[in-house]
Design a binder for this molecule. Sequence first.
Ligand SMILES: [Fe+2]
Ligand SMILES: [Fe+2]
Length: 399
Amino acid sequence: MVEEKQKKGLCSLFGFLYLKVLNEDPLDFQIVDINDRFLFMVGENQEIVGKRKNELNSALINKVAEMIQSGKTDAKVFSDSTVYDIKIFNNKNGLSVYFFEDIYKPEYGGIVPKLMIDNGFLDWAVRYDDPRYYPISIGLLDINGLKNINDRYGYEQGDKIINKTAQIIRSNLNSNTIATRLGGNGFAIMVFQTSENEILSLLFEIKRQFEMAFEKYDLSLSTGFAIKNDKSLNMTKLFNKAEDNMYFNKLLQKGSVRRRTLDAIIDIFSLKCPREAKHSRRVSALCKRFAIELDLEKEKIDSLTVTSLMHDIGKVGVKDYILNKPSALDEEEWAIIKKHPDMGGKILSSIKEFQDMAEIVRQHHERWDGTGYPNGLKGNEIIFEARIIALADAYDSMR
Ligand SMILES: [Fe+2]
Ligand SMILES: [Fe+2]
């Protein structure tokens, strides 16, 4: 959790206004601290610290006084096209007041959350790569299916969805979280002094609310994140890692059918052949690393990661005693095992969402010199991805 003494700094960081007051006299309290963001808003020449409420004529400060008097800790105030969400926290030496800003846009039906940074997220993030805020996490969110909404209902509807999504994200921010729109249909959040659980549950909650809000539309929200504990991973790499994670999740999410089907297949596979399922996960991880080394495009990396996860799926059709036989297989048993690439291809091609993987899986035991199976293909006749899987597969079997 964020220490009280760091809250002022974090508020500045997130672009929130911060104020600390003594509460000995609710009708005319004294201001003891403000952050630079607050000073910027009221005008940098103003002396505010040390002044009493009655000496200042500020709508925001008057509102704070009103809240203190009525015992409220939460209120909204509208001033200069901005909606301030004011929250008051009691602490040992007085009261801390946070002002979260939103923008008022009647054309969007009211309040639009002002995401703290409008652009240049990464430039901005780099400046706060500071051990004081570790572990830092970047979370990414991307709306899928918005193009269809724009085509069908017009851009206005699409914009409303983006704004509603921003509102959902905004309502889940706390004092150690910041969010921004990334352009397109994407958003980024950055959480300071966090844990993997915290960022995961934050993304999960946003996703849940998103799904509830847009139940009637064919929309989904892809999310991904990465977390760092030290300087070794710079912000750009952290961002890329979060992006990789999101693209991978996105791939699995393409239409919930794909995701559900994939989950179901992997569940069955893990139950029936736990050893094979573990091997597949290792091969998938190897293929991913290999694909990254080969500098393949992101999409290729992701599809190879999933395809390699499924490469031995045809083994679900092989009898358990053969799969688990500790001694050498006889000729007949080998013949059965050798059917698994073809069987895998058949399983995958029968599912619309996985057809693109079928041929790759069918070829994962072909060999460059033509001695592989099932078709004895040679060299470049074998699909590139199938060759990578074959290498990873052989490597994992030898370890
Ligand atoms: Fe295999
Ligand atoms: Fe394999």
